[in-house]
Design a protein around this ligand. Structure first.
Ligand code: G3I
Length: 312
């Protein structure tokens, strides 16, 4: 086991919370980029790719959006959506390699329907998704930016109704000449229940065939605490399968169509998992046996990831 190497283990980074709506537009039309700028000042010197996350999602919205003084109409909320997406893409420009423009638009039940618990869906309807991509597209074109625009979701990592819905969305945006460059597969998995390598790769290639890149955007594999030899061994195989699927997913030309793997919270100490799924955790590649602010130690999954990346 060796220590975490900040400059060489990662080429790519995503802010978990600082670019979200609640943080960047705390009051209507008043943008606060201070948290995001602090994040960028730390990561920009060492990271090549910054996946900016996210513009439009149902969660972590400002209270003025979810509890408006005057009820929203389609027109007033559409203006809010457009203004937010356009401003953020314009402000950060090419500091972002990519933006997750819309996050998690589709429901688990009924799978693949537009998620009606989102205020965007409730007030605007499904058209809020192309609207957000149009705002981002306009900002890219107006600013002559090269930032890539992504749709990001969970439950689309293997074939199924949600994956089909996301593929339909990609085709619809392309047919309307609205920019979409990629799809993010969150990949929040449960040990022993992750889709097989071949199922993930085939699903990635179905998206790639539509003319988009794919990225594994939020990979973690949670297990019931404490880990056992059996669950940790399975976890290594689960991480391997996802990373190997990405490495193997190709375009028709033979070049890579899966262009990155991002883990969500890289050390268990700060992982979102234990507070959301009580009794579960151990989902990331590093731990801190001594607690917060102590030395990071690589777990067995680190070697599984490395093996998939290098083919070793
Ligand atoms: O900012 C408050 C702080 O003031 C307060 O003291 C503290 C007390 O709990 O809460 C803080 O807010 C927390 C926020 O993260 C910022 O740290 C929320 O409680 C907490 O629920 C929130 O969790 C985030 C979660 O999204 C919200 O759904 C996680 O950190 C973040 O990792 C997680 O990330 C999402 C992706 O954006 C989308 N895909 C799923 C993924 C995991 O849920």
């Amino acid at each position: 086991m060796t220590e975490f190497n900040n400059t060489h283990d990662f080429e790519e980074v995503t802010p978990a919370n600082t670019m979200k709506f609640f943080a960047t537009e705390p009051e209507q039309g008043v943008f606060d980029y201070s948290g995001a700028e602090t994040f960028l000042s730390i990561v920009t010197p060492t990271k090549k790719y910054i996946r900016c996350h996210n513009l439009i999602w149902k969660s972590q919205l400002s209270s003025w959006v979810t509890s408006p003084a005057v009820p929203w109409t389609n027109a007033t909320l559409s203006a809010v959506l457009y203004n937010h997406a356009y401003n953020l893409v314009s402000h950060f420009g090419d500091a972002c390699y990519s933006w997750d423009v819309v996050n998690e638009a589709f429901a688990d039940s009924p799978a693949g329907a537009y998620d009606n618990s989102s205020i965007w869906e409730q007030i605007i309807g499904p058209e809020y998704v192309p609207m957000a991509f149009q705002a981002a597209t306009d900002a890219v074109r107006d600013g002559n930016l090269s930032v890539k625009l992504y749709y990001n979701d969970y439950g689309i990592e293997s074939a199924g109704a949600k994956s089909t819905a996301a593929q339909t969305l990609v085709s619809q945006l392309k047919a309307r000449d609205i920019q979409i460059d990629g799809v993010g597969f969150e990949s929040h998995f449960i040990v022993g229940e992750t889709p097989s390598q071949s199922a993930q790769q085939a699903n990635m290639e179905a998206f790639i065939a539509l003319g988009v890149d794919v990225v594994v955007t939020e990979l973690d594999v949670r297990l019931s605490l404490p880990p056992t030899v059996a669950t940790e061994t399975q976890q290594v195989a689960d991480f391997y399968n996802t990373v190997a699927a990405c490495v193997g997913a190709k375009k028709g030309t033979g070049s890579h169509g899966c262009v990155g793997v991002v883990v969500w919270d890289f050390v268990d100490t700060y992982s979102w998992i234990p507070t959301t799924f009580v009794g579960q955790g151990y989902g990331t590649p590093w731990l801190q046996p001594g607690g917060a602010n102590t030395t990071l130690v690589k777990k067995a999954v680190y070697d599984g990831i490395l093996e998939a990346l290098t083919g070793a």
